[in-house]
Design a protein around this ligand. Structure first.
Ligand SMILES: Cc1ncc(COP(=O)(O)O)c(C=O)c1O
Length: 394
């Protein structure tokens, strides 16, 4: 295994090797395996000249520390990016790059199946700042060219879709956007860079709620935003302008989580697929929305572009409404009812599609999103059967 001048692993290495060895260089800190957790606002300069020239690596806590650099460099290795900023939440990882690149009078295209708080930010703050916001169907692919206007600045994608898991044709979208001079951003939280590398498929800015799989334990909020060479400078400068830096303990926890993310994801993937295929044969389930299942309408696209699947998908109950949906959720004993995902524990949430403009379904019944944790599959199946029995009786 070779390390470059920055202590980063290089060469053709497996993903778990890269997860174990990317980021900090232990020999920068007396050989300690993990980087220090640097709590910093002030950084001292040796003299007035170096202060005036800002000619040292670190100048102030908001602009980066050895701890944030360790995580950012590890993410760069995984993403193939020129630079990564680390921000205090996954939502900040959405809002900071949008603020960095859109201006009053710009047109912003967002996939209609986007994470709801992304839509809320666009519909409230960005509209107030004079940005025109439009939503496109997740199956748009190359047809998105018809929606691109001379003032389209950014196409914001998220694939698979939040809650309904449609897969987008990212290379086709990127080609159309770039032909018109627009930037492509992608929320890649579901796949992580282990199963999809957005920049390899034409995306300019890759976004992660590191709160999910990188952190992995439902106890940290963090986001990362990675840019290709041509967009890195503007992203980093905007990040410094906004002062949107993350706390060192949270950054450290995510770097710690990253080391085991490959192993955890394999388990999430296997369990989720086992449960998803089993659910396809269960009474009371109309459809399972998981792109790695051959029955999923976008399975071909997923297979073409992704190298794996994670632990979250949705089911459509066979008929009924909110009463049946709530009966299912209330019968669960192992699955917790709570937002977020990517942690070790299983979670279930009711899916609400009331914000959608084009990607509304129709679906045969109410939707429930399941995050499959690291528990034993047989126990999770038993719990889901409790939910299905309760929904049928409601
Ligand atoms: C796809 C997606 N992006 C971003 C976020 C925001 O992450 P955070 O909870 O860290 O703000 C979430 C959270 O659920 C999400 O599901």
């Amino acid at each position: 295994m070779a390390k470059d001048g920055n202590g980063q692993v290089s060469g053709k290495l497996g993903i778990n090797t890269r997860l174990a060895h990317s980021g900090n260089n232990p020999h920068d800190y007396f050989g300690f395996v993990n980087p220090p957790v640097v709590h910093a606002s002030t950084v001292l300069f040796r003299d007035a000249a170096s202060m005036a020239a800002r000619s040292q690596k670190y100048t102030y806590g908001t602009r980066g520390t050895p701890t944030t650099d360790a995580l950012a460099q590890a993410i760069d290795t995984l993403e193939g990016s020129a630079g990564t900023i680390v921000v205090p939440s996954g939502l900040a990882a959405v809002t900071v790059p949008l603020l960095a690149f859109v201006s009053a009078g710009d047109h912003l295209l967002i996939v209609d199946s986007v994470y709801h708080p992304t839509r809320n930010f666009a519909d409230t703050m960005l509209k107030r700042l004079g940005v025109e916001v439009e939503y496109y169907a997740p199956d748009a692919g190359a047809v998105i060219a018809a929606l691109i206007r001379p003032n389209t600045k950014v196409v914001f994608t998220e694939s698979p879709a939040s809650n309904t898991f449609e897969v987008q044709d990212i290379p086709a979208i990127a080609k159309a956007a770039h032909a018109a001079g627009a930037i492509v951003m992608m929320d890649n939280t579901w796949a992580t860079p282990l199963y999809f590398r957005p920049l390899d498929h034409g995306v300019d800015i890759s976004i992660h709620a590191a709160t999910k799989y990188p952190a992995g334990h439902s106890d940290v909020l963090l986001g990362t935003v990675s840019a290709n060479e041509s967009h890195w400078k503007q992203l980093y400068e905007s990040f410094c302008t906004l002062g949107c830096c993350a706390g060192p303990d949270d950054v450290y926890q995510v770097l710690r989580g990253l080391r085991t993310m490959g192993v955890r994801l394999e388990h999430h993937q296997r369990s989720a697929l086992t449960i998803a295929s089993w659910l396809e044969g269960q009474n009371g389930v109309a459809r399972v929305l998981h792109p790695a299942l051959p029955s999923h309408p976008d399975h071909g696209l997923w297979k073409r572009d992704f190298s794996g699947s994670s632990g979250i998908f949705s089911i459509v109950l066979a008929g009924g409404g909110q009463k049946q949906q709530h009966a299912f959720l209330d019968a669960l004993r192992i699955f917790g009812l709570g937002y977020s995902w990517g942690g070790y524990e299983s979670l279930a949430v009711p899916v609400w599609l009331g914000d959608r403009v084009v990607a509304k379904g129709p679906y045969d019944g109410p939707l429930i999103r399941l995050q499959i944790g690291l528990e034993d599959v047989e126990d999770l199946k038993t719990d889901i059967l409790r939910g299905l029995t309760a929904a049928a009786a409601a």
